[in-house]
Design a protein around this ligand. Structure first.
Ligand code: AMP
Length: 278
């Protein structure tokens, strides 16, 4: 495994790769969800590349950029075990040298859900991912369904800007009790960790109602909200039932629907989602 921190050094290594490249962008503090992506990238390509970069431009001024968990040594040991070929770990000033003035703004789908709750978030995400795609030149790039709206935004960017790669989506990896794996789960104290399973429970409730034939999105949303509100440590940011492609809120579920949510458990903001009907 080769670890590089400068973009010039990465590009030099990239020039020597002839075969297909599978790329996994991450912010580090790796867990089984990230490793699942890395494994997939390794299995489906000649060479696997993982980037570790906590991207400041996707955090709001009151968000957790400074205290976002970081453990590069542990991350590298985990990636070594996955036989990752190349790791890019650039410093912030490597990705954003002084004077940078170009941004990627995906309109429309970024206005809803996470985009509405976190203004500027997807501009930061799209910009860093576009930069990483230009640096890494992947054949396939791997993203987790855990960040469902991010997948929609990246797919739109790749299509709209005619980027020459395939976007691969990998299912959300969960703890045994259903909590989606996330680097931010480390913020939870033991009581909050137990309470956090309410996100998963509320999505299962929704799925159960849907399976019994309920198609009134408002009714399903209300039941989910009621269940979450029974958990004293949980505070809802949003609960959404939306069209999986446009992310428009639904009143009736006709085809498939994306159930997604952001819920504070204590001070930690957790997101999760589930698709109803393929
Ligand atoms: P992050 O480090 O949070 O930026 O995540 C890097 C990539 O890993 C993104 O594509 C995420 O969607 C994906 N990811 C994060 N958590 C999970 C999970 N629990 N299951 C699957 N993919 C995940």
């Amino acid at each position: 495994m080769k670890v590089v921190s400068t973009i010039a050094e990465f590009k030099e290594a990239r020039r020597r790769i002839a075969g297909s490249v599978g790329f996994v962008p991450t912010m580090g503090y790796l867990h089984e969800g990230h490793l699942f992506l890395a494994r997939q990238a390794k299995a489906e390509n000649d060479v696997s590349v993982v980037s570790i970069f906590v991207n400041p431009t996707q955090f709001g001024p009151k968000e957790d950029f400074a205290r976002y968990p970081r453990d590069p040594e542990r991350d590298l040991a985990l990636l070594e075990k996955e036989r990752t070929d190349l790791v890019l770990m650039p410093p912030v000033e490597g990705m954003y040298p002084p004077g940078i003035s170009t941004w990627v703004d995906v309109e429309g789908v970024t206005k809803r859900l996470e985009g509405a709750a976190r203004p500027g978030h997807f501009r930061g995400v799209a910009t860093v991912v576009a930069k990483l795609f230009n640096i890494v030149e992947p054949t396939r790039a791997y993203f987790g369904q855990k960040d469902a709206q991010q997948v929609v935004v990246i797919q739109k960017m790749v299509t709209d800007l005619n980027m020459n790669l395939e976007v691969m989506v990998v299912p959300t990896q969960r703890e045994p009790d259903g909590l989606a794996m996330s680097s931010r789960n480390v913020y939870l104290n033991p009581e909050e960790r137990q309470a956090a399973v309410v996100l998963w429970k509320s999505m299962n409730l929704a799925q159960g109602l849907w399976q019994k034939g309920e198609r009134d999105a408002e009714k399903i949303r209300n039941e989910m909200v009621a269940l979450i509100k029974k958990e004293p440590l949980a505070h809802i940011d949003y609960v959404s039932i939306a069209d999986p492609l446009t992310l428009d809120e639904l009143s009736q579920i006709k085809g498939s629907a994306l159930i997604s949510m952001a819920v504070y458990v204590g001070k930690t903001r957790l997101i999760d989602n589930m698709t109803l009907g393929n």
